[in-house]
Design a protein around this ligand. Structure first.
Ligand code: AMP
Length: 399
């Protein structure tokens, strides 16, 4: 069975077509600038056909999906002969609120529930819905599955997800910690258990998804018991452009002095803060590391703040779970940033954590980087959220 995995943003749509008999990607690509001027990049992976890259009008997500199908089935760039060869579509959906603790087959009730979650995920859920509706229009009758970024974290206990604000805000508006990157934390924690060779029951893992967006999860008995992101992906660690957790009083001082509205302030905290805001260099850790090497003090400071925060949460989650069997590094920076990993674990020897410097010198490969004498294992595990979405989709459609 071929499964098309869709990750729809407000003006972009990423896709991967999986052959689920072999669990391999046969083609992938991205539609960009949807609703603006439109651009499609399509890469056949399985058959050596050329890459397609061009500007083309994509007024809505429906035209984008149409263009994707056209390329997937074209004699020149295609990997399948017709739409009939797509057995199902899996969608990444940001916010499932409290309604979804696992992936589901999409029907009208599910669409209504995702719509109800828009106030919780105002930036992403509308775009995810556009992707779903576009597929329904272009591929009627092809089953579609929603895989939620929040689902894996629904096992958190109440003391980890209730904010200490008047309880009525939780009851009235669902204001609580939800957490994100759930598909990634779920995927790498399962592989970590395999690497450890232990069952989920009794296990304690700390999964560090470090990329442009970053979050940690505490995973006990195979289930998430805490995570750093909150109601939205803005909470927790400092990130590429997001501030992470800050004192909310800062918002009122910013409003009073800069005359900013709440939405403008949220924009600053989402798009101009984090390591970009502190370094003034870039949101990309490669650029910041380069600048720090060249003696840029604010770039150095941005890295220090980031590494220090990850270190603090590792300690916090060890306290929360009474220790850890393994710490897992994943996502762009976690997989490809040996310097970052080294700085994060530096000084954690009293907690029984150290890494092997030689083994740590790895990028993008699954590896045990545990140091000699370390009680806690340390792993690098490349994440694959698209594969999880494809697997869930195949499983649900096959039921
Ligand atoms: P992601 O959001 O998971 O795609 O991760 C993107 C982040 O990973 C960016 O900040 C990149 O700078 C970082 N990253 C990717 N490759 C490397 C690398 N080789 N060294 C350091 N950081 C990297």
């Amino acid at each position: 069975m071929n499964v098309l995995v869709i990750n729809a943003g407000s003006s972009s749509l990423k896709y991967q077509l999986f052959d689920m008999d072999t669990e391999t990607v046969v083609a992938k690509g991205v539609c960009e600038r949807i609703g603006i001027d439109g651009r499609l990049t399509h890469k056949p992976v399985s058959n050596g056909k050329p890459e397609f890259k061009a500007e083309l009008p994509l007024p809505t997500h429906a035209e984008a999906i149409n263009a994707v199908i056209e390329k997937l089935t074209s004699p020149e760039y295609g990997v399948i002969s017709s739409l009939k060869e797509i057995g199902a579509v899996g969608h990444r959906v940001l916010h499932g609120g409290q309604k979804f603790s696992e992936s589901v087959l999409i029907n009208d009730t599910v669409i209504a529930a995702i719509t109800e979650c828009i106030p919780l995920g105002p930036l992403h859920n509308p775009a995810n819905l556009m992707g779903i509706k576009a597929c329904q229009k272009v591929m009627p009758g092809v089953p579609q599955v929603a895989v939620f970024d929040t689902a894996f974290h629904q096992t958190m206990p109440k003391h980890a997800y209730i904010y200490p604000i008047p309880y009525s805000y939780y009851e009235k508006y669902g204001l609580r910690r939800y957490g994100f990157h759930g598909t990634s934390h779920r995927y790498v924690s399962k592989i970590a258990l395999e690497m450890l060779g232990i069952p989920a029951a009794g296990s304690r893992l700390i999964t560090c998804h470090l990329g442009n967006g970053s979050s940690l999860a505490a995973v006990k008995d195979g289930k998430c018991v805490d995570t750093t992101m909150g109601l939205s992906p803005l909470e927790g660690l400092p990130m590429g452009t997001r501030s992470g957790s800050i004192d909310p009083t800062i918002l009122s001082v910013m409003a009073a002095n800069e005359g900013l509205t709440i939405n403008q302030i949220l924009d600053v905290l989402n798009k101009e803060s984090g390591v970009l805001g502190v370094s003034g260099v870039s949101s990309d850790f490669r650029d910041i590391e380069q600048a720090a090497h060249e003696g840029n003090a604010r770039a150095e400071l941005a890295l220090d703040i980031f590494d220090y925060d990850v270190k603090k949460y590792i300690g916090a989650y060890m306290a929360a779970m009474g220790g850890a069997d393994a710490i897992v590094f994943t996502a762009g920076l976690g997989e490809n940033g040996p310097e970052t990993r080294e700085r994060i674990v530096a000084g954690l020897e009293p907690l029984g954590i150290c890494i092997d410097k030689e083994q740590n010198n790895v990028r993008g490969q699954q590896r045990d980087i545990t140091g000699k004498g370390s009680k806690v294992k340390v792993f690098v595990i490349p994440t694959n959220e698209e594969l999880v979405i494809a697997r869930d989709t195949k499983e649900i459609v096959g039921k």
